[in-house]
Design a protein around this ligand. Structure first.
Ligand SMILES: [Zn+2]
Length: 261
């Protein structure tokens, strides 16, 4: 059973690596978004990061719903699907299955960052990739720890342990087929954070996020701000903050599509 799963993983990884050669480097013409999957992180028994007053799962859901509503209102031609619309726990691999079942063109996962340093603040957007090894906060470890809430997670992910560096070795041979599209949208989100929201732009980064890998499509993960920072938490928990963040992501999606038209 276990050997079979390892074989499946290897075939998948080799497939991703092989097909990456077939993508023309500057071609985003297939990147037009018709169906977007919005993925509010965590939920149910998995609270995500916890601030002084608020929980990541609640903020992520509110921003996700706000983003869905903005898209429905201002871009009605765009089909939008939420991986969760209430306080339900959804396994990471299941989020990927939902995205594929709805034939998503893009996957946007919404999260809040956290750090032991309460002075850390600002927002980052991640794409799938090998960890560059320069980050202090290792967001991907924290986000991947969501699998620890899953039943049988070690079987489901072949003994993957989010806390063990060895578990990330497989990502070194992986190449993100959707890197260009993902980078393009991530960059737009971060530009909006800086210019429209006038908030600290921590940049576009990459990391081995299981949920981005599981989506198997162009995908970004927005760390919308630090729930462990007093000012960021206040902003993230406020209705104004949530609308601002959702609109900065909405504008990025809208501009992405306009530029490909
Ligand atoms: Zn998270």
């Amino acid at each position: 059973m276990k050997v079979n799963r390892i074989v499946v993983w290897l075939i998948l990884l080799i497939g991703v690596w092989f097909t990456s050669f077939r993508l023309p480097p500057e071609d985003l013409s297939n990147g037009y978004i018709k169906t977007i999957i919005i993925d509010p992180g965590h939920g149910g028994k998995d609270p995500g990061a916890v601030g002084k007053t608020y929980r990541e799962k609640d903020i992520a859901l509110k921003i996700g719903i706000e983003l869905r509503d903005l898209i429905r209102k201002y871009a009605p031609d765009l089909r939008v699907v939420l991986t969760r619309g209430d306080d339900t726990f959804i396994e990471l691999h299941q989020r990927g299955k939902i995205a594929q079942a709805y034939k998503g063109d893009f996957f946007v996962s919404i999260h809040c960052d956290a750090s032991v340093s309460t002075s850390a603040f600002g927002s980052s957007t991640y794409i799938l990739g090998v960890n560059q090894g320069q980050e202090r906060y290792r967001s991907y470890i924290r986000e991947n720890q969501s699998v620890l809430f899953e039943e049988n997670y070690d079987q489901m992910y072949d003994g993957f342990d989010p806390n063990s560096p060895e578990s990330y070795i497989m990502f070194r041979v992986m190449r993100n087929v959707f890197r260009q599209e993902s980078m393009y949208l991530a960059d737009k989100v971060q530009r909006n954070v800086e210019t429209r929201l006038q908030r600290k732009n921590r940049g576009v980064k990459q990391g081995p996020f299981i949920v981005l890998w599981a989506s198997a499509m162009p995908a970004i993960l927005c760390e919308t701000g630090f729930i462990t920072n007093t000012d960021d938490e206040k902003f993230l928990a406020s209705e104004t903050g949530q609308v601002f963040i959702a609109s900065s992501i909405y504008r990025a999606i809208r501009d992405y599509n306009h530029e490909l038209e």
